[in-house]
Design a protein around this ligand. Sequence first.
Ligand SMILES: C[S@@+](CC[C@H](N)C(=O)[O-])C[C@H]1O[C@@H](n2cnc3c(N)ncnc32)[C@H](O)[C@@H]1O
Length: 253
Amino acid sequence: MAGAELRNRYRPADLGVFTRDEASRFVPRGDGDPRDDVVLAWELLYRLEPELYDRLASAERLHPGILGWLPCGVDRIAEVGAGTGRLTMELPGHGQHVVAVEPALPLRRILRRKLTAAGHGDRVRVIRGFFDRLPLPGDFADLVVACSAFTSSPAHGGEDGLAEMERVCRPGGCVAIIWPNHLGWLAARGYRHVSFPGPMSVDFASHDEAVELAAIFYPAAVCEVRRRGRQRVPFEVLGINPPRDLAFRVLPG
Ligand SMILES: C[S@@+](CC[C@H](N)C(=O)[O-])C[C@H]1O[C@@H](n2cnc3c(N)ncnc32)[C@H](O)[C@@H]1O
């Protein structure tokens, strides 16, 4: 089963970290075992070891074509599932006002810290919320975006989450799902696909960091990462799909 190292970091007792709203989405039957469920293990990572998650996300940078593709000079942008800001940190360059929605408190704290350090504290509002119930008014944003966060599963978006992103987007605005993992599902709902070509690598902070993070997140690749002796590791070595894709829909004006 995928992600054994990550799954085995956590235990069922760790599920107590979830708030009631989080538990109702991530463990709707009231129980679960992260050792059998890598999606649950990721949710625990965000809450129990948020700095570890941030080290990984900071190394896995988006293809520059994605940032070049996003509209510039818009008034309002809403991002859902902002995490520690892999995309959020770039959004002040695209819109006047940014709202970053993120359910996990430890990730919101890191994101606020990074935004303040970068001088974006006034331009980006970080708030708590979930895909299926966005705390934003209808027609709020010119661009509504999610990066490595939306899936077709109800706990991480699904039909209700997509409908919410579209509700929050103004007529003629754009909803964009970056690094999507259910392209067929999105295509069936009118989303077009864009992919940016070229080699892509994960830029770890050092070779030691590459080995340490690969051992946790990409254990099948750790020997090769060690053998290469580099801090930069091609995505194909890690066996994951690089962040070069997006799916989008422009809403009728
Ligand atoms: C893989 S992380 C990506 C974070 C960030 N967008 C990035 O690219 O680094 C997935 C994010 O989705 C958030 N998330 C999970 N379930 C969610 C939900 N139901 N509604 C909104 N965000 C959710 C997680 O808390 C986490 O921040």
